[in-house]
Ligand binder design. Structure first.
Ligand code: C2E
Ligand code: CA
Ligand code: CA
Length: 564
């Protein structure tokens, strides 16, 4: 018989059987080729396996034994990271038992009473060869943290499944953890790692019942290639429930993107689409599950079109800056104090596109800096023009996006606006969205310190909409807090919202920050805000954002009032 044999050291085999006669029989068959150790029951076997885990080549396991039977051993091994890699050959006399054993992870089986010796030796040799080969690649094959496949191996296996088993209706599932970086930053890397490992275990459990494979691509990006599921909502809910069990206090939100359109799509394409669906789920906090469909495809094509058109549109002057007034409501009647510059895209074919459509897209890929620079320059020119025309300066705030913060020229660029247009630093105010604060707090802190030192005023935009904590407020050097419009919307109807609004005003008061309330649409909201000592108000009640020429009406009115 030909088989590869380790010449230096015989391979170690553990024989587990409660019957002495069986142990002896196997010893006779195998002793010339292997180094053999024995156990009489499952408990002993596990003990020996743990002790010899690095030398054991194979375990020959009886199923029916006292103390602990073979099934229990198999189950235990399956759940044990260290023992899982040791192949087990089950020895049995019942056919049904074989099936059950294979299902529980046995590598092969041998029937009792024992077959022809050569058959046994061949089977043992084959299993050892198979597993040693597998163990060699297993380090490159698996992600060290979760034990799921690495991305490359995952795709290789997925491609193989796709090619050789087209009859299996496989689908792609992508799973992310919402704001994973924030979770890491707030609760530590160790917590983050444990969350990832837990999710890995949850997915592995799922794949015990469902045929498929899984991978952690990187960070918090998980991929599952499995037989079509009927109810993805239920699947995500069950995953989420298990994550909640792991971390009941700090809620870890999962989101899921699926491409179930399995017909004739290669895994790579399937996963691209599932990933797109998952990204779209991110923008919708209340709906963490997205299936890839025609709408998403249309949106993708639309986004690509916008990205393609951007540079030409900037050169062609298709972007317009609109201005929305901010009124001081501490006086009666309220007085115009400043404005916010808000961009619009007048697309020659697609019509007017609102920033809600293209800003998130351009923020995602950094193109936003091009738009922002354009808006800042237009705004600075406009402020200079108005000063000349009306002999008063109306300060205007511009939006600074998260991506701008990484522009190393940001400070220089902003300073040039001021000097080139003969303005004062306080004439252009900077609105930085609250979510930027939680993302890269240190970097932002430095930047804001230096911008304020130069003389710019900083407004924290969308305050309350994100996750930043109140104590962060006290460490952030800002001048103005812009209360997110979600707080204002229902103050007339909801007692809770009213209390929240007042609470924010209280805190801001203690920190000596002035507050701008956004999205004020009604007289009633205005009155409640005024009663709560809010300083400034911006919203449709006074005006929608309007083009520069229309905005001049507000400046003229204000001038007449102060003159008259
Ligand atoms: P934002 O900075 O929070 O701007 C306020 C948004 O609220 C504006 O939407 C404004 O039109 C809207 N708004 C004002 N008053 C009311 C009101 O009473 N009711 C309601 N329902 N809405 C009101 P807009 O112009 O569509 O801008 C959306 C977002 O796009 C802005 O939110 C801002 O984050 C971003 N954005 C706009 N222009 C720029 C820009 O030039 N650069 C950057 N980076 N972002 C911009
Ligand atoms: Ca803003
Ligand atoms: Ca805002």
């Amino acid at each position: 018989m030909i088989r590869s044999k380790n010449i230096q050291r015989p391979q170690k085999v553990l024989i587990v059987d409660d019957q002495e006669i069986n142990r002896d029989a196997l010893e006779v068959i195998m002793e010339n080729d292997y180094d053999i150790i024995f156990a009489e029951n499952g408990a002993q076997a596990l003990e020996l396996m743990r002790h010899h885990k690095n030398e054991l080549s194979v375990v020959m396991l009886d199923l029916i034994m006292p103390v602990m039977d073979g099934y229990e051993v198999l189950v235990t091994i399956q759940d044990d990271e260290e023992l899982r890699g040791i192949p087990v050959i089950v020895m049995t006399s019942y056919e049904e038992a074989e099936l059950e054993a294979l299902r529980l992870g046995a590598a092969d089986f041998i029937t009792k009473p024992f077959d022809v010796h050569e058959v046994i030796l061949a089977r043992v040799a084959r299993i050892i060869e198979l597993f040693e080969g597998r163990r060699l690649i297993s380090s490159a094959e698996k992600d060290g943290l979760t034990g799921l496949y690495s991305r490359n191996f995952f795709y290789e296996y997925a491609e193989r499944l796709y090619r050789y088993h087209p009859e299996l209706k496989m689908e792609a599932i992508v799973l992310n953890i919402d704001r994973f970086h924030t979770l890491n930053a707030l609760h530590g890397r160790e917590f983050g790692d444990r969350a990832l490992m837990t999710l890995g275990d949850i997915i592995r459990d799922f794949l015990r019942e469902k045929e498929g494979i899984a991978s952690r691509f990187d960070a918090d990006r998980f991929a599952i290639y499995c037989i079509h599921c009927d109810d993805h909502r239920a699947l995500l809910d069950s995953f989420q429930a298990k994550m909640d069990e792991f971390s009941p206090k700090v809620r870890i939100h999962l989101r899921m993107g699926v491409d179930e359109r399995t017909e004739d799509a290669e895994p790579v394409i399937l996963f691209d689409r599932a990933r797109t669906a998952c990204i779209m789920a991110r923008s919708d906090f209340h709906n963490p599950l997205r299936l890839y469909n025609e709408d998403i495809l249309k949106k993708e094509l639309f986004d690509q079109r916008l990205m393609g058109d951007l540079r030409h549109a900037l050169a062609d002057g298709q972007f317009r800056v609109y201005y929305q007034p901010k009124y001081d409501i501490r006086c009666e009647p309220p007085r115009l104090r400043s404005a916010e510059a808000l961009v619009r895209w007048e697309h020659p074919d697609l019509g007017m596109i609102s920033p809600g459509t293209f800003i998130p897209l351009f923020e995602g890929n950094g193109l936003i800096t091009l738009v922002d620079n354009y808006v800042w320059e237009e705004t600075a020119k406009q402020v200079a023009k108005w000063r000349k025309k009306f002999s008063v300066t109306l300060p205007v705030s511009v939006n600074i996006s998260r991506a701008d913060i990484f522009d190393p020229d940001l400070t220089d660029r902003l300073c040039r606006l001021i000097t080139d247009n003969g303005l004062e630093y306080r004439d252009i105010k900077l609105e930085v969205t609250e979510s930027a604060y939680s993302q890269d707090a240190d970097r932002l802190l430095d930047l804001i310190h230096s911008l304020r030192h130069i003389g710019f005023e900083i407004e924290m935009d969308d305050f309350g909409a994100g996750y930043s904590s109140l104590n962060m407020l006290s460490s952030m050097p800002i001048d103005v807090l812009k209360m997110d419009m979600s707080f204002v919307r229902n103050i007339e109807k909801s007692e809770t919202d009213l209390r929240l609004m007042k609470l924010i005003l209280d805190i801001a008061g203690n920190l000596k920050l002035s507050v701008v309330a956004e999205g004020v649409e009604t007289e009633g909201q205005l009155k409640l805000l005024r009663d709560a000592d809010c300083d400034l108000v911006q919203g449709y009640y006074f005006s929608r954002p309007v083009p520069a020429n229309e905005f001049e009406v507000f400046i003229e009115k204000e001038r007449e009032r102060s003159v008259g």
